[in-house]
Design a protein around this ligand. Structure first.
Ligand SMILES: Cc1cc2nc3c(=O)[nH]c(=O)nc-3n(C[C@H](O)[C@H](O)[C@H](O)COP(=O)(O)OP(=O)(O)OC[C@H]3O[C@@H](n4cnc5c(N)ncnc54)[C@H](O)[C@@H]3O)c2cc1C
Length: 231
């Protein structure tokens, strides 16, 4: 489905991440984790990128969340305050979740949280009995996107566990360094029962799926979403 709309709201998330929120048009059905094409106008010229729909199908708005870079597209988004013209079309993508697996392992870095936030919101709102363990990598505490919401989800649902893994935070009491097979085995002792969803830049995804394969995980229990454009 393709439709024209206007931006309703911008929500700053971290120093370089913002969410962009729209009214959800009637008939726009999607699965948690899917993505859409997003057109904006830059000096009268239409430009397109694709973004995960960070909202969940259980929510009555559509939202995408962008890491703001120096690109003209990012800079145009960064200046927006509301009411700007957009064309959105979708949904697309096989990296989605509707309750089909009882146990999940989420591995994510930085802005790669977006489809996983959609899936977690969906699991919460639908009150699914899904057991989720997530390792979420960032450089510093200030870079953790959706931190408050993820913490709130853990408080409300004892089958959801989110552990932040930081690479550049000296005083951090939690997990440090890069996610690897040892960390996965320690943090998810039942990892063999979990279907893994990995989302981040292509090099991170390749490294993480190698770690999972080293643990003996079969290909059909590893799902990947490559966020191209950041490397
Ligand atoms: C399925 C999917 C979902 C995504 N979801 C998100 C999301 O939720 N949030 C988010 O911030 N980003 C997401 N991305 C990445 C996003 O589409 C942009 O590529 C990224 O934001 C970089 O754009 P930029 O404006 O910062 O830089 P740009 O200057 O536009 O891009 C940086 C470099 O990457 C190249 N490039 C840009 N887009 C692509 C592309 N799609 N494929 C290959 N090369 C590209 C450009 O030519 C340039 O060389 C997603 C990508 C995919 C494929």
């Amino acid at each position: 489905m393709s439709f024209e709309t206007h931006l309703e709201k911008v929500i700053p998330r971290t120093r370089d991440v913002k969410s962009f929120v729209f009214k959800r048009p009637e008939g726009f059905d999607y699965k948690a984790g899917q993505w859409m094409y997003v057109n904006i106008k830059i000096e009268g010229v239409t430009k397109m990128h694709h973004f995960t729909i960070t909202s969940s199908p259980t929510e009555d708005y559509l939202m995408f969340t962008k890491k703001i870079t120096d690109s003209p597209y990012s800079q145009a988004l960064d200046k927006m305050k509301g009411d700007e013209w957009f064309r959105l079309w979708g949904p697309y993508g096989d990296f989605n979740f509707s309750g089909e697996h009882p146990k999940l392992g989420f591995l994510s870095g930085g802005i790669g949280i977006t489809p996983l936030r959609s899936m977690l919101r969906y699991i919460m709102d639908k009150k699914l009995p899904t057991d989720v363990k997530m390792l979420y990598a960032n450089k510093t505490e200030a870079d953790i996107v959706f931190r408050d919401e993820l913490e709130e989800m853990q408080r409300q649902d004892r089958d959801i566990e989110v552990k932040n893994v930081l690479t550049r935070e000296q005083d951090w009491k939690g997990l440090k360094g890069h996610i690897n097979s040892d960390m996965i085995r320690q943090q998810m002792p039942d990892f063999k029962e979990r279907v893994f969803y990995i989302c981040g830049p292509p090099s991170m995804n390749a490294a993480l799926s190698k770690e999972l394969k080293a643990l003996g995980m079969p290909d059909d229990m590893i799902k990947l979403e490559d966020f191209t454009g950041y490397e």
